[in-house]
Write a protein that binds this ligand. Structure first.
Ligand SMILES: Nc1nc2c(ncn2[C@@H]2O[C@H](COP(=O)(O)OP(=O)(O)OP(=O)(O)O)[C@@H](O)[C@H]2O)c(=O)[nH]1
Ligand SMILES: [Mg+2]
Length: 311
């Protein structure tokens, strides 16, 4: 039996979470059209006859301001890169090569094997020339990492959004994992995250899908109560925003916006849990929660060695 940890890394929006959900055939990590959707590392466990792969989805690598939610996201990437057996470096053919290369800064110190995964290859079928940068770019990556502890294995083209090219990639991963016992005993468990976390993420997804450009980045979701002994299951969640003006935008005129968000989130939670639920959403102002370490910690985004809050 093969067993190992595979970190999924790349810029925001390249399709890391889409890939995770594709290999698990379940919505474990949220996907939206907006960049910087994923904030925490999320483990997705695939157990089959060949063995067990623990995939680690990570936030997209970007330049982060010190001390806030974005630094937390980058710290999550670093934690995921602590001794993986394999790294999948996902890229998007629609990106600029310079932008993709910035990810390398975070990889060069990592002791692991590396596969470059060109995702969204369906876009290349539409305009083949748009991917002409990829071949030379991969050569450059190989040059940059030669002499480091990162060992280049191969590159593959996939379209995780269409489940194309994923099976051959899984075979390649299994070939390159060590023999060993599974890390997680229960063959049915799909993630290390509790159901409460996945539920809060499904609500956060609807904030991304239904609110204007910047507003979702000022939102956090806290599950206040989760009564799973009741029928239907009763879930109460608090949506934290940073300013009073944002509260009104989340609620919407006559409460229409939050109603839409609640309905869509409830449908997705019901699909995940396979049963009816009752979902109650409330909105609370937690002033500047994205930049104050103490408040971030209270919402599950604990910074390592946080600087004192500037107040
Ligand atoms: N055309 C196409 N779109 C894709 C494919 N895979 C993912 N996408 C889309 O790309 C967008 C971003 O996908 P995500 O999976 O959220 O990307 P991510 O890398 O996890 O993004 P962050 O969490 O922000 O770092 C979504 O709109 C997906 O539907 C694909 O194979 N083809
Ligand atoms: Mg993601």
């Amino acid at each position: 039996m093969k067993s190992g940890v595979v970190a999924l890394v790349g810029r925001p929006n390249v399709g890391k979470s889409t890939f995770l959900n594709c290999v698990l055939q379940e919505q474990i990590s949220i996907v939206t059209p907006k960049a910087q959707t994923t904030r925490d590392q999320v483990r997705g466990i695939r157990t089959e006859e060949r063995g067990q792969i623990v995939f680690v989805d990570t936030p997209g690598i970007h330049r982060a301001k010190e001390g806030g939610i974005n630094e937390y996201m980058i710290q999550e990437v670093k934690r995921a890169l602590d001794h993986p057996d394999l790294v999948l470096y996902l890229i998007d053919p629609g990106s600029k090569p310079e932008a993709e290369s910035r990810v390398l800064e975070h990889l060069t110190g990592v002791d692991s094997r590396l596969i470059v995964v060109v995702n969204k290859s369906d876009l290349l079928k539409r305009s083949p020339d748009s991917g002409s940068w990829i071949g030379p770019w991969i050569e450059n990556v190989r040059k940059e990492i030669s002499g480091t502890r990162l060992h280049y294995l191969d590159s593959v083209r996939i379209a995780a959004g269409r489940n194309e090219g994923v099976d051959p990639l899984l075979s390649m991963i299994f070939e390159n994992l060590p023999e060993g016992a599974p890390l997680y005993d229960d063959p049915d468990s799909l993630t290390d995250r509790p159901l409460r976390f996945v539920v809060s993420e499904l609500i956060r997804k609807q904030l991304f899908m239904n609110l204007g450009d910047e507003l979702p980045y000022s939102c956090a979701v806290e599950i206040e109560s989760f009564k799973d002994r009741m029928k239907p299951v009763r879930i109460s969640a608090l949506i934290h925003v940073e300013r009073e003006s944002q509260k009104g935008m989340v609620i919407g005129a006559k409460g229409q916006k939050i109603k839409e968000i609640g309905t869509k989130a409830r449908e997705e939670i019901e699909a995940l849990m396979g049963e009816r639920i009752f979902l109650e959403l409330r909105v609370k102002v937690s002033e500047s929660w994205t930049s104050e370490a103490r408040k971030m910690k209270g919402l599950g985004y604990a910074l390592e060695k946080p600087k004192k809050d500037h107040r």
